[in-house]
Design a protein around this ligand. Structure first.
Ligand code: HEC
Length: 408
């Protein structure tokens, strides 16, 4: 029964609606009559909203307001997270005995800077990327190593390279790491792909996420780098169809369907397949030439689950003739290099990177499988910095230095 993973994906699809709304009171420009006891701006009015001692107008105190800044505790948790061991007595003393809070802050930040350069941080990043990417394990016979994508990503972090290299790097995309020497060794992926595109063309990834019609590879890109499950696009005018609404911005009939089709993506009887597949089917053909061992071949290597027997996939199984491939509506692509370029400039991908950095610092479980989403408002300052140079290491460092991290 080959449809189990899909059904699982459907059953666990979570539609997270972020509710945002804030009201900012503009207190400027209001005139006050100091003699008028009913004037809310009168400093002597017990209801004066400007009076910080007025309990009636203070913003509701929350649990966050009860937190105390504690650089020693911050050092302890940062050390466990970044280098996976407790701080030494010397480190503790340097922070503890630094003096007042400002001096402790400076001492804590100096320790952080050092930890980010520690070889154990490199090892930590490799492990973290293994978890994030669900990748790991050495080469075995024809099966490629599944370490090279996490090592590539960790190197990007440690060496302060742009995060977008994950999708756009054209060389040295299969490096290895020598733990004893704490050095990265350059390496090409050597899987015959016409042009490398960061981890998108990584043989270990293509091997591990091999599946019918290459959909699991598409799902991997979607969930790891946009932090959300399919459906990826909602832009269309909702149209009532069968069991639900069609909301994908692409024309419904563009996706393959009908009684003759091996897979009817226009089916609407239980779910509206095209909500997800009108996007997925425009990406999957780009990954279809990788075989089950992650090697690039001249033709499609994946199967369409036709009945009674599967057949080798063809373009016509995905889309109507002449339909463009695309990352998203209006973002058309013809190959993996162009796909990488589109992913690299997608704001959702940038936000996802920063959200993953935040969740790493705050010890949250996976953002997709555990739905540990972070409000954009929280991420915004880091996101603004990140967009300047895509330096993931800097963003991580500034989160560890943030008031949220050092307050308990
Ligand atoms: C909520 C989004 C969503 C909807 C709706 C959806 N799919 Fe999928 N589909 C996926 C994802 C994601 C995968 C890849 C799952 C995996 O392999 O991990 C997938 C995989 C598949 C596969 C390959 C399964 C295999 O054997 O590996 C087929 C075929 C498929 N879908 C057809 C359909 C059809 C037909 C419908 C409508 C009845 C449909 N899908 C509805 C998201 C969706």
């Amino acid at each position: 029964m080959r449809t189990t993973p899909m059904l699982l994906a459907l059953a666990t699809a979570v539609f997270a609606a972020a509710c945002s709304g804030s009201s900012t009171d503009n207190l400027e420009g209001s005139s006050s009559n100091v003699g008028d006891p009913n004037d809310p701006n009168n400093p002597n009015n017990p209801n004066n909203p400007n009076d910080p001692n007025n309990p009636g107008t203070d913003p509701e105190p929350t649990a966050l307001d009860d937190r105390q800044v504690d650089y020693n505790e911050a050092l302890r948790t940062a050390s466990l997270k970044l280098v996976r061991s407790l701080p030494t007595l010397e480190q503790i003393k340097r922070v503890h005995e630094a003096g007042d809070l400002a001096a402790q802050k400076a001492a804590y930040e100096a320790e952080l800077d050092a930890m980010f350069e520690d070889p154990r941080f490199t090892a930590r990043m490799i492990k973290w990327w293994r978890d994030v990417m669900r990748q790991g394990g050495g080469a075995d016979g024809d099966q490629p190593s599944r370490e090279t994508a996490p090592v590539f990503a960790a190197r990007m972090v440690v060496e302060g390279r742009p995060y977008t290299d994950l999708f756009t790097a054209t060389a040295d995309t299969c490096p290895t790491y020598d733990e004893a020497a704490n050095t990265f060794a350059s390496g090409e992926c050597n899987n015959n792909v016409p042009a490398h595109a960061g981890v998108l063309t990584n043989p270990g990834v293509q091997f591990q996420f091999y599946s019918n019609m290459a959909f699991r590879r598409v799902r991997w890109v979607q969930e790891i780098f946009t932090c959300a499950k399919f459906p990826a696009e909602q832009g269309g005018t909702p149209t009532k169809m069968g069991a639900g609404d069609y909301t994908n911005p692409w024309q419904f009939e563009a996706v393959t369907g009908g009684a003759e089709a091996f897979v009817n993506f226009q089916d609407t009887s239980s779910v509206v397949c095209a909500n997800c597949h009108n996007t997925m089917n425009r990406i999957a053909p780009l990954f279809a030439n990788f075989d089950m061992n992650g090697m690039w071949q001249d033709s499609f290597q994946v199967q369409t689950p036709a009945s009674p027997d599967p057949v080798t996939s063809e373009f016509s199984h995905y889309l109507r003739d002449g339909e463009p491939l695309a990352w998203r509506f209006g973002k058309e692509v013809t190959n993996l290099t162009e796909l990488g370029a589109q992913i690299a400039e997608d704001p959702i991908v940038h936000e996802c990177a920063v959200a993953r950095a935040w969740n790493f610092a705050m010890s949250k479980e996976d953002i997709v499988s555990e739905a540990t989403t972070v409000p954009t408002k929280v991420l915004q300052p880091y996101l603004d910095d990140f967009k300047a140079d895509f330096n993931f290491k800097q963003v991580l460092l500034s989160i560890f230095k943030s008031e949220d991290f050092v307050s308990f």
